[in-house]
Design a protein around this ligand. Structure first.
Ligand code: GDP
Length: 191
């Protein structure tokens, strides 16, 4: 890959944000149960542990990656912690977010429909230059697939989103998801 993970750089003592060291708020949206927490835990801790949920509302997890051009990107990742049930609160949650990752479960067409609802919400209320990613998770469950790759890809393309299928369980495409997002961030102009 073009990025590597930096251990020990995910604390607040890490370098201040500047042109070379970006810090971005990333929010996850999608139906309950699609695997949002598992994606975060896989990315940040390298584990798949369905029993350990991110603490409700407490804080966010962060993870820094380095790109080939020596830029670092520190993701401050906000999990909805069940707020998907309170649509009216959502704009507070994604305010200031540079990135929104909308997740569905490839074995649930209902979760894909719900994902489209969140995309419309973000288009209405999110910041105009927000980077939007559409993620079809649980790609390891091919035998139960209800949403085709084609359907995910077409919807994403129509809405100017980056699309990828992932598995938090097998780690497939999890790091790639965040690396691709990092590449798509608007960069401050440097001399
Ligand atoms: P959230 O409500 O969106 O945060 O979903 P969770 O991260 O709590 O995951 C919900 C359930 O889906 C858990 O039982 C996980 O074990 C399971 N799960 C999450 N990601 C995957 C995946 O990639 N593959 C499979 N097979 N199960 C997953």
């Amino acid at each position: 890959g073009s990025a590597r993970r930096l251990s020990g750089m995910d604390q607040d003592s890490a370098v201040a944000p500047d042109a070379k060291n970006l810090r971005v708020k990333l929010v996850l949206l999608g139906d309950s149960g699609v695997g949002k927490s598992c994606i975060v835990l896989r990315f940040v801790r390298g584990q798949f542990d369905p029993t350990s949920k991110v603490t409700v509302g407490a804080s966010f997890l962060s993870q820094t990656i380095a790109l080939q051009d020596s830029t670092t990107v520190k993701f401050e990742i906000w999990d909805t912690a069940g707020q998907e049930r309170y649509a009216a609160l959502a704009p507070l949650y994604y305010r200031g977010a540079a990135v929104a990752v909308v997740v569905y479960d490839i074995t649930s067409v209902d979760s894909f429909t719900k994902a489209q609802y969140w995309v419309k919400e973000l288009q209405k209320h999110g910041s105009p230059d927000i980077v939007l990613a559409l993620v079809g998770n649980k790609a390891d469950l091919q035998e139960n697939r209800e949403v085709s790759v084609q359907d995910g890809l077409e919807y994403a393309e129509k809405n100017g989103m980056f699309f990828i299928e992932t598995s938090a369980k097998t780690a497939d495409n999890i790091n790639q998801l965040f690396e691709e997002i990092a590449k798509r961030l608007p960069r401050p102009l440097t001399s």
